[in-house]
Design a protein around this ligand. Structure first.
Ligand code: SF4
Length: 255
């Protein structure tokens, strides 16, 4: 994510006093870099006891209200899931993050390998070229809302050489036809899983590690790791001031 993911706020508000050596105000500007400056456009301040899961959409909302909506948002695996891919896409943003595989095999035959109608969203063919028996609404898990599924002929799926790798599943009872949830979230998740194994995706994703240099710069050069203020409003102000200073410094080193 282009921002700070976690700050040591709780530790700062504890009883332990921390002595910080201020950076001299005449610290030299960093060497001039080629290309446009890398500007911090979003950040969030919250307790160190809170995990940074679930920050993708709040971050996009802040960026949208500030008129800085990105075309691509790069994050680590905590920032992506089928619903998040779908929510980002509906805002016109590509989420470039590696989705977790869970128990899925590495050589998964995912929904990206099935053929779908672009107009109706119906599944037309499975990777073995078989048409489904039909479409229906059902739930995959308890508590989940209904989504579109396809019914697949068990006479074809049971002996299929791709069974075990294919996302299509037999019914829990072991009897009846196989089925597959074809909701948009899962189709996007499978497409993401397939893409993230390619060299071109990995090359694009390399930029993600750049945020670590920014985090390090903010901590070491701007003292963000050891703030000398207490209470959340003061903390927010101190963080905003340090990030602004970092941005100004980067602008100056670019002109
Ligand atoms: S397991 Fe069934 S749905 Fe999957 S590829 Fe084989 S025949 Fe098609």
């Amino acid at each position: 994510m282009n921002g700070i993911s976690q700050l040591e706020e709780e530790r700062i508000s504890g009883s332990e006093k921390q002595v910080v050596k201020p950076e001299p105000i005449h610290a030299p500007l960093p060497n001039r870099k080629e290309g446009p400056p890398e500007i911090i456009t979003d950040y969030a301040v919250y307790s160190a006891g809170k995990r940074d899961f679930g920050q993708t959409i709040p971050s996009l909302e802040r960026l949208e209200s500030a008129g800085r909506m990105p075309e691509v948002l790069v994050g680590d695996s905590h920032y992506v899931s089928g619903p998040l891919l779908s929510a980002a896409r509906s805002r016109g943003v590509e989420l470039l993050s590696p989705a977790g595989r869970g128990n899925l095999p590495k050589d998964l035959v995912g929904r990206d390998q099935f053929v779908f109608s672009e107009t109706t969203g119906d599944m037309l063919e499975c990777p073995q070229g078989h048409a489904p028996i039909g479409h229906m609404l059902r739930t995959s898990d308890k508590g989940r809302k209904h989504s579109r599924h396809v019914k697949l002929d068990r006479e074809r799926c049971s002996p299929c050489p791709l069974r075990g790798r294919c996302v299509a599943r037999p019914p829990n009872s072991g009897k009846g036809h196989w089925h597959l949830d074809i909701c948009r979230d899962l189709r996007l998740r499978d497409a993401n899983l397939a893409a993230q194994g390619t060299d071109s995706w990995k090359k694009r994703y390399r930029i993600r590690s750049g945020i670590e240099a920014t985090n390090s710069e903010l901590k070491r050069r701007h003292g963000l790791g050891k703030l000398r203020v207490r209470r959340r409003p003061n903390l927010r102000l101190a963080v905003a001031a340090k990030l602004t200073a970092c941005n100004v410094k980067r602008w100056l080193s670019a002109v």
